[in-house]
Design a protein around this ligand. Structure first.
Ligand code: ATP
Length: 353
């Protein structure tokens, strides 16, 4: 399996260094034969190549089996004509990574603020209310007059269908429950279609229980009783917001692993951003990028029928859980270790797996 590794900005290089060590250890331990190709994106690429991402990099990623993308300083990249392209969007759109899978669960050994839970947000990743990816060229945010802005939201039958299928297939491997999150009381046509298509796809999965919740009510429900949920499927922006909430409810945004998956490609990238407030201080939690690495191995193992990849993914997840249970973790999740030491605690367990 060939994986392109792009460390990213802010805390990205620190957390990616840990994830790379874990991938190398998993490769040795489980005979994965991983080939890691290191390159740059974001500020490092802007300095070196005059653009945050380049066509040559895209070709390299297309030719590989997977991508590990570090956290990106998305907010810094405002003007595409100056090479400031949002790398996360660039890969999601160019590789059609339509499903953003964001699990959130509590861990033994950590104070569970709301009791135990284990859910996954399945977020549509290629359209919706995202001005930078829902039109072929240009943006879908327009300055009509200096005082008036119009932003477009795009919802298509095809994207609803495929994200719904991802959610139901995932639910079949879990507790067989899908919750559709929407705002169909206001966005009657777009989210009305989203619900209809999700329910239509759901009929192919009669074992799966389906319900739907309006997104604002969901914010209250998920704080009140997160254990009620299994797979939550939703459109792009609602999924972005909801998944930051569920990651934080699980203990910290630093536990937010995430996979961006399409038909032929996948990208592991932590759910959070580049966290400039804690960058370069050896305090960021590497678990999010480690979990994203495990999800990438799992995705590949499922496609290729590679049991050793599935075992390696499970071993990384178990090593993270065991390190947290032993209190060998970063401060955001109740420990006292730095990024490197917390990563080492996971690596030691992976080595012994
Ligand atoms: P974006 O707008 O790019 O999605 P975001 O909204 O996720 O970014 P971040 O800056 O990534 O914003 O995260 C918000 C806060 O969460 C940070 O200020 C930081 O305190 C905390 N945080 C994020 N990632 C981690 C991490 N890996 N470890 C510890 N704390 C983190």
């Amino acid at each position: 399996m060939k994986i392109v590794v792009l460390p990213g900005d802010g805390i990205g290089p620190e957390t990616m260094a840990v994830a790379v060590e874990a991938l190398e250890e998993a490769s040795r331990r489980f005979g994965l034969g991983l080939q890691l190709e290191h390159d740059v994106a974001g500020h490092a690429s802007l300095q070196r190549h005059g653009a945050t991402v380049t066509p040559a990099l895209l070709e390299k990623v297309r030719a590989a089996d997977g991508l590990m993308l570090g956290s990106m300083a998305t907010y810094d990249f405002k003007d595409e004509s100056k090479g400031e392209i949002n790398p996360s969007k660039f890969f999601r759109k160019s590789l059609d990574l339509y499903a953003n899978i964001r699990p959130a669960r509590t861990y033994c050994g950590m104070p569970a603020r709301l009791g135990e839970f284990d859910l996954v947000v399945v977020r549509e990743n290629t359209e919706g209310f995202y001005a930078d990816r829902n039109v072929e060229s240009g943006g879908s945010e327009m300055l009509i007059t200096p005082d008036v802005v119009v932003s477009l939201r795009r919802i298509t039958r095809q994207c609803c269908e495929r994200i719904a299928r991802t959610a139901f297939e995932l639910a079949m491997t879990r507790k067989k429950h899908v919750t559709i999150v929407h705002k169909a009381n206001v966005l009657k046509i777009g989210d009305g279609m989203f619900i209809d298509i999700c329910r239509q796809v759901g009929r192919e999965f009669p074992e799966v229980r389906v319900d739907d919740v309006i997104v604002d009510a969901m914010m209250a429900h998920v704080v009140r009783a997160p254990e009620r949920y299994d797979v939550v499927v939703t459109t792009n922006m609602f999924g972005d917001i909801l998944s930051d909430l569920t990651a934080e409810l699980s203990g910290s945004l630093g536990l937010g692993g995430s996979l961006n998956a399409g038909r032929d490609h996948a990208m592991g990238q932590a759910a959070h951003g580049s966290a400039p407030d804690i960058a370069g201080q050896d305090i960021a939690n590497p678990a999010s990028q480690l979990l994203s690495a495990a999800m990438l191995l799992n995705w590949y193992g499922q496609r290729k029928g590679g049991r050793n990849f599935l075992e390696a993914a499970a071993a990384i997840e178990q090593a993270i859980a065991a390190a947290i249970a032993a209190g060998q973790c970063t401060r955001d999740v109740g420990g006292s270790l730095g990024t490197r030491a917390a990563g080492q605690a996971v690596l030691d367990r992976l080595r012994a797996a």
